[in-house]
Design a protein around this ligand. Structure first.
Ligand code: SAM
Length: 380
């Protein structure tokens, strides 16, 4: 069939599922899943949707966005703030999210040292003078390990309903695959990167010759950043304005780690206490003891070998015991619980983090938990 006739048939029928912008974001998410970058920046981040999606990738510790339009960034930037749940259950990893107002035509040291920089549907919005500076700023100065650039493939345009010239009135150009690839290969050569081409939004059957709707270049830096091949001197002057910064609560921060450990120790101690008391109760019930007798026996559990809690602590074992109205739970027992163990790493760290925050026996070897409340419950 004649190519023009075929194009006419397809025009108006193209509908991407999921929508093309989601396919672009998914492409980045898959790449992040594969390469696990710690520091990721999105240039031309607009309303920060991609950044918001990326904040859920647990490998990422630093997320940054840059856009020339401050208002568009501010529209939904609240989505990048930590939620109450982030404070209630701080994550293992640290995460800082920062948004900058500025242009990709300017150098600012805050964009150096990234593992991945994404430029999704950005380059076609750049003025000629900005596009000229872009390679030197992104590949020469920012010099991340990986850069992903996406841009419309103009060869696909005849298949898009209503597109007669460019896909968007703000586009300064739209390239076909040869134009994009020649530009990208030139940059890769100049700045010592490799580049591979792919895309999202596949053409319909019979129209494969037009390529993907969105063309993508994935650049990987060939040299190590610590080597002398860092070509350009880094200015220290800031060119961007920081408009948003969120530091997420993390267990890497001693303050949050201490809270988490103390909560877990108190919870674990309660679990152990309940289980010990239930065990003692079932033993006494076998002998038909009255509630008052049970209470009295709780105060002298069979584990209790001495009246002196200090002495008891010295005679410490892994097992908890009751003395009077107090259950003594050896820290070694608590440390053997996987969650506590995982949080603290070492026994010394556990001791350090709970000292002064949890009631301990005078030699510091056991957590003391009162049984009084428990006994009252029994009597009621
Ligand atoms: N990357 C986003 C996405 O895929 O959803 C938004 C792309 S939007 C089509 C292009 C964005 O680039 C706009 O938010 C625009 O403000 C921004 N932009 C245009 N020129 C820029 C420049 N010189 N520096 C930084 N951002 C720029």
């Amino acid at each position: 069939m004649d190519k023009n006739v075929q194009e006419k048939l397809f025009t108006g029928m193209i509908k991407f599922t999921p929508p093309l912008y989601k396919q672009r974001y998914q492409f980045i998410k898959d790449l992040v899943g594969k390469y696990k970058p710690k520091k990721v920046a999105d240039l031309g981040c607009a309303d920060c949707t991609l950044l918001w999606m990326l904040k859920f990738c647990s490998c990422i510790e630093v997320l940054a966005g840059l856009d020339i339009c401050e208002n568009v960034m501010k529209e939904k930037m609240h989505r990048l703030s930590p939620l109450p749940g982030d404070y209630l259950q701080p994550a293992e990893r640290s995460l800082t999210v920062t948004l900058h107002h500025g242009s990709v035509a300017h150098k600012d040291p805050c964009m150096c040292g990234f593992d991945l920089i994404t430029c999704i549907e950005l380059i076609e919005h750049l003025e000629e003078s900005e596009l000229e500076k872009f390679p030197e700023v992104v590949f020469g100065f920012m010099a991340p390990t990986m850069v992903v650039i996406t841009t419309p493939n103009s060869e696909f345009n005849p298949l898009l309903p209503g597109v007669t010239f460019f896909r968007h009135p703000d586009h300064k150009f739209e390239w076909n695959r040869a134009e994009f690839q020649s530009w990208a290969l030139g940059i890769a050569r100049c700045y010592d990167y490799s580049v591979e081409f792919t895309g999202v939004g596949p053409p319909p059957t019979g129209m494969e010759h037009v390529g993907f709707c969105t063309q993508i270049g994935v650049f990987v830096r060939k040299y190590s950043q610590t080597s002398e091949s860092v070509h350009f001197e880094k200015p220290t002057k800031a060119a961007y304005k920081t408009v948003f910064k969120a530091v997420y609560p993390s267990l890497k921060d001693e303050k949050y780690l201490q809270n988490a450990v103390v909560s877990e120790v108190v919870f674990t101690a309660q679990v152990i206490k309940r289980s010990l008391l239930a065990h003692l109760k079932s033993e006494h019930e076998e002998y038909n003891d009255s509630p008052a007798e049970i209470k009295s026996k709780f105060q002298h559990s069979k584990n209790c070998v001495s009246e002196d809690p200090e002495k008891l602590a010295v005679e410490r074992s892994m097992e908890p015991f009751v003395n009077g109205n107090v259950v003594y739970i050896p820290l070694t027992k608590i440390f053997s619980f996987p969650k506590v163990n995982q949080l603290c790493g070492t026994f010394d760290k556990l001791c350090k983090l709970i000292t002064g925050k949890v009631t301990l026996s005078s030699d510091g070897s056991a957590v003391m938990v009162n049984t009084e409340h428990e006994n009252e419950e029994e009597e009621n």
